[in-house]
Design a protein around this ligand. Sequence first.
Ligand code: AMP
Length: 112
Amino acid sequence: MCIFCKIVKGEIPNRTILESEEFLCFEDINPACKIHVLIIPKEHYDSFDVIPPKIMANMTEFIHKVASKLGVRQSGYRLITNIGNHGGQEVSHLHFHLLAGEKVGRLVGKES
Ligand code: AMP
């Protein structure tokens, strides 16, 4: 079972920001800026590449609720999802990174 499925099952602790029947948002263990949370579907999908569009629609709604709860809709935020090897994905369970709370750095391209 993957690490995020273990988080969903409560086998690994997490700092939950928001939860619904289908989705979970929790703090990233290694934050890249002031606010860094991860948003995942509770059901396992390897990455964005295989998520059914209908579930993605619900996930969009959930992400809006997370952004509202964090109070960052006015100030702005960045959403990132890494896909596969070249995308730099380390955990193979679809997750969106939501970065906020300060101006985030420019997007990087090639690994340096
Ligand atoms: P990615 O490289 O897009 O797959 O990102 C994986 C993210 O998961 C990284 O930002 C990690 O810091 C984060 N992460 C890994 N394990 C945990 C955990 N147990 N709780 C919270 N975040 C985690």
